[in-house]
Design a protein around this ligand. Structure first.
Ligand code: ADE
Length: 912
């Protein structure tokens, strides 16, 4: 027998030494493989004699820390058909059994087969024949079985042969563990997962040497031996820095080039500060790189710094008496905080040439040099003259690099300021803390508008302080306001010639929803309209302290990280069950933004059929989105699991819930774009809620989304033709997807258009083909689906129509009694019925719907042409031996589709 030992895992091998109990019928045989290497096997092959019962047993295997063990068998098995005269006696399986004990049984102990519990009957995927033997082909099978929980100190494994021809080549016994690891500067020990494969073991880490705990470091050990969901961390203590998950001394004990030791005494050497270097060992100080300086007051530990770049966005605004100059700080402050500004004034000739320094009449408020703010007021200038102003940014090292100074220039003609370019400012909507404004230009400006400045302040606080913000488009969402407060706004445009005058002042109040422009109706705000998307997250999602979250188990994997279930403690209330989406470590800023984007969308919704956002964790790691927990998970898998188990009224109830959620979304102006049963969640009362938000970006996460010729990523089978063709997404395209969801629900999670390719789906929809009614589907529901699938999108029902239609059906259940299979002629699709690719044979047809395994059943029952199956009912399908209800459904639905096609061909002739 082949003996290999893997030490990380509990491993034990059946060996040919004496402790293996082997009834005389099993032989220890050494053979040669095809490369002439010896392989040690145990073999049994009593296929001619009836009633075989031959046992082979391992020696005692200590359990160690295992709770669940895995047994990997490698064996060959002879095909009974290849041995003449053995039918009835020859078998093609053997049994794997085990027996737990606290200690090995003595050498003389009797072997009691009844002590052994069966693990499984093992069959071969590959059996070999006489020809294989001749060709020396070894058809080796590998099978793995799990056993657990194991509670005693050890166990035996046994192999029971009941008449097969077997050669057992190796047996590997192991268990899985999460291996000891270092994560976030904490050490986690070897951990054995729970036997229950869906729950996790929470493990606390111990900080590595020279590190101290911040948030308690934790990891969760998953069933497959993987560490999941790192939480908390340790940090290196003062004087230590992190290197490869350890805290090590800063620079060893050596004084190296690139390091310095500024002071005598028992201190460590340090790396040169940025922009400086030392080239000798034992430097007392590092020298600044070219164009970088250190003032006499800068300590040697400080980075070398350089002169600031020029001030930016220098603009002016002028009235009869005052000229306001304003700029933004340099993009590079040189690495210093002591930036100040000097203003230089020149009076120029008419052509902007021949400039001379301004005379001393021109006044600067507060002054012209050493300014710490980014604006200055100029007074007592000459009217109808040309001036050039230069603004210089300085910092502490400007005196050391005079030749490198950079200035911003602006030329000003002291004509009166032009008219305001901004007309009436309108309030589009307001929330408690935000106001959305928009405006139009009053007249065609002479130069293109570069941007707008919006100045605002609380009316009550006038003159005390004001804020301003900029936008490139003629609209803005001003955030961070106080609730129920009146604000004064005025807006001015900036062109290359400077700012226009301000618009008149407009007063608007923040408020609660009842004061919104359309009473009672909120509008959805696209988080992308925020210049800083994290502002949208804070506006719409509550920040949760992670100590209130208790993660229990991993329930799925999203694009950004694991999805877990757990509990959320809400102060003063009992814990509520939640689902927690996590953002896995090592993310980019863009991934973090895309991940949190869903929360700023979900946080705007408040409807019983939309998944509720509890809050987000953004201030500590891992970043998380916490939503209500839905006990039955996603609708598609839930329906597949309960195939045929609901009444039509229950199914219509689910559809009504989804339509009601969608009605809410379309009312507030949100287009989902990825409505499908997989994106609906179901709670334990069968309430369905729409989930998976994030507009186009959710499609990155949807395995159904495929790239179209226009480059978009779209779930083809669920998407309306105009959205596929030219990305025209709307509530009407959501209505199309809703029709597909209806079909998924009524067929208990069948795949729309079965195994047709995406390309064929697009072509057949274009030609007018529509999905036939699923088996057992009331006519009224299929008609509603067909309405949702009208090519002309304005003719599709709106979600409020769908909700009232379904309500009527629920109130009048007899309307649901007429099933599609009860009516003789099938409802035509709303557009002309086209030709749908015809199958050539029964075999082709069964292949196309992935039911090839039933070819023989059809042929044996005399169904040899496609024509002959067109009248088959579900009972006929059952009668020919298709016993699985899901398979019966798939076959009958496809027959209905074929029948529609036949009808059409009969009426219109067949066109290629
Ligand atoms: N899977 C993803 N989100 C979920 C939720 N909210 N509840 C249950 N399972 C989920």
């Amino acid at each position: 027998m082949h003996l290999v030992v893997e030490t990380t895992y509990l491993s034990h091998y059946l060996s040919s030494h004496t402790s293996v109990l082997c009834s005389p019928q099993w032989d220890a045989i050494t053979e040669m493989d095809e490369h002439n290497r010896p392989i040690h096997t145990f073999q049994v092959c009593h296929v001619m004699e009836p009633n075989q019962n031959n046992w082979l047993r391992t020696n005692w295997i200590p359990r160690q820390a295992a709770q669940k063990i895995y047994v990997e068998l490698r064996f060959t098995l002879r095909d009974c058909n290849s041995i003449p005269w053995v039918s009835g006696t020859c078998k093609e399986t053997f049994n794997l059994l085990y027996f737990e004990t606290d200690e090995p049984q003595g050498a003389n102990a009797h072997f009691h087969p009844n002590d052994y519990a069966k693990i499984d009957t093992i069959a071969a995927d590959e059996s070999f024949t006489q020809t294989d033997l001749g060709d020396r082909v070894l058809r080796l099978n590998t099978e793995v079985r799990e056993v657990g929980p194991i509670a005693r100190k050890g166990f035996y494994l046994a192999f029971q042969d009941v008449g097969a021809c077997i050669a057992l080549v190796s047996v590997r016994v192991y268990y899985k563990k999460c291996p000891s690891t270092l994560r976030n500067l904490a050490a986690f020990p070897d951990t054995v997962p729970r036997v229950d494969s869906s729950s996790l073991v929470e493990v606390r880490g111990a900080c590595v040497e020279n590190a101290e705990e911040r948030d308690t470091p934790r990891l969760y050990c998953g069933a497959d031996g993987d560490w999941l969901v790192p939480l908390g961390r340790c940090v290196c203590s003062i004087g230590y820095e992190e290197n490869d998950n350890l805290c090590i001394e800063q620079c060893g004990r050596r004084i190296l080039p690139g390091f310095y030791k500024a002071f005598a005494g028992n201190i460590k050497c340090s790396k040169c500060p940025p922009h400086s270097s030392s080239h000798t060992e034992g430097s007392a100080q590092c020298h600044c790189e070219k164009s970088y300086y250190r003032t006499s007051k800068d300590p040697p530990t400080m980075s070398c710094t350089r002169l600031p770049s020029s001030p930016r966005n220098l603009v002016f605004n002028i009235n009869e008496t005052a000229l306001f100059l304003e700029w933004t700080p340099p993009s590079d402050t040189g690495g210093r905080k002591d930036v100040t500004y000097n203003v230089f004034c020149f009076r120029c000739g008419a052509d902007g040439q021949a400039c001379e320094p301004c005379n001393s009449n021109v006044r600067f408020i507060p002054r012209s040099t050493g300014l710490t703010s980014t604006s200055v007021v100029v007074q007592d200038f000459v009217v109808h003259a040309n001036y050039t102003f230069q603004i210089e940014a300085l910092n502490g090292v400007s005196g050391l690099g005079r030749s490198e100074r950079q200035l911003a220039n602006i030329t000003v003609s002291t004509e009166q300021a032009g008219p305001s370019l901004v007309g009436v400012v309108r309030k589009d909507w307001a929330s408690q803390t935000s106001i959305a404004l928009s405006w139009q230009e009053t007249e065609q400006p002479h130069a293109a508008i570069l941007d707008y400045e919006i100045k605002y302040y609380e009316k009550e606080q006038e003159q005390l302080s004001y804020s301003s913000t900029r936008t490139k488009s003629p609209s803005v969402i001003v955030t961070g306001l106080n609730p129920s407060t009146v604000y004064v706004f005025h807006v001015r445009a900036r062109t290359i010639a400077g700012y226009s005058s301000y618009s008149p002042k407009f007063e608007f109040a923040t408020g609660d929803e009842s004061k919104l422009p359309f009473p009672g109706l909120k509008t959805y705000i696209d988080p992308d309209t925020y210049e800083d998307p994290s502002q949208a997250v804070h506006e719409f999602a509550k920040e949760i302290d992670p100590s209130r979250i208790r993660i229990e188990r991993v329930i799925g994997a999203g694009e950004f990280g694991e999805v877990c279930s757990g509990w959320l403690r809400i102060p003063g209330k009992k814990e509520i069950p939640v689902a927690i989406k996590t953002l896995k470590g090592g993310y980019t800023e863009r991934q973090r933004r895309d991940f949190l984007r869903e929360s700023s969308i979900m946080g705007q919704f408040d409807n019983p059929n939309i998944i509720r956002l509890e809050g987000v964790v953004t201030k500590s790691r891992p970043v998380m989105i916490v939503v209500e927990y839905m006990e039955n998970g996603s609708l598609d898998s839930f329906l597949r699991k309960h195939d045929g188990q609901f009444t039509v009224i229950q199914l219509v109830g689910m559809l009504r819930g989804i339509a009601s959620g969608m009605m809410y979304l379309s009312d507030i102006g949100y287009v989902h774009r990825d409505l499908a049963a997989r994106n609906i969640l179901v709670d334990d009362n069968l309430v369905c809620k729409v989930s998976d938000f994030g507009l186009s970006r959710v499609l990155e996460d949807d395995p159904e989304a495929a790239y179209t010729t226009t480059g978009g990523k779209i779930p083809i089978r669920w998407t309306a033709p105009e959205a596929i063709a030219y990305r025209k997404f709307s509530s009407a395209s959501d209505a199309w997807s809703y029709g597909i969801v209806m079909w998924e629900v009524m067929s208990y999670g069948e795949r729309p258009y079965w195994e047709m390719s995406n390309q064929d789906v697009i072509l057949s929809i274009e030609e007018g083909y529509r999905l036939p009614a699923p088996m057992g589907c009331p006519v009224a529901l299929h008609q509603l689906m067909l309405l949702c699938w009208q090519k002309e999108r304005s003719r599709r029902p709106q979600f409020n129509d769908v909700v009232s239609f379904l309500d009527k059906l629920i109130c009048n259940p007899s309307s649901l009694l007429t099933l599609v299979e009860d009516v003789n002629s099938f409802p035509e699709s709303p557009e002309d019925m086209p030709d749908y690719p015809l199958f050539i044979s029964i075999g082709d047809w069964l292949d196309s719907i992935k039911m090839s395994q039933y070819k023989n059943n059809f042929i044996a029952a005399g169904y040899t042409t496609l024509d002959s199956i067109s009248t088959m009912s579900i009972d006929d399908v059952r009668r020919i031996g298709v016993s699985l209800i899901g398979h019966q459904r798939r076959i009958v639905s496809s027959i209905q589709a074929l029948r529609l096609q036949f009808l059409h061909v009969q009426q219109n002739g067949f066109h290629v």
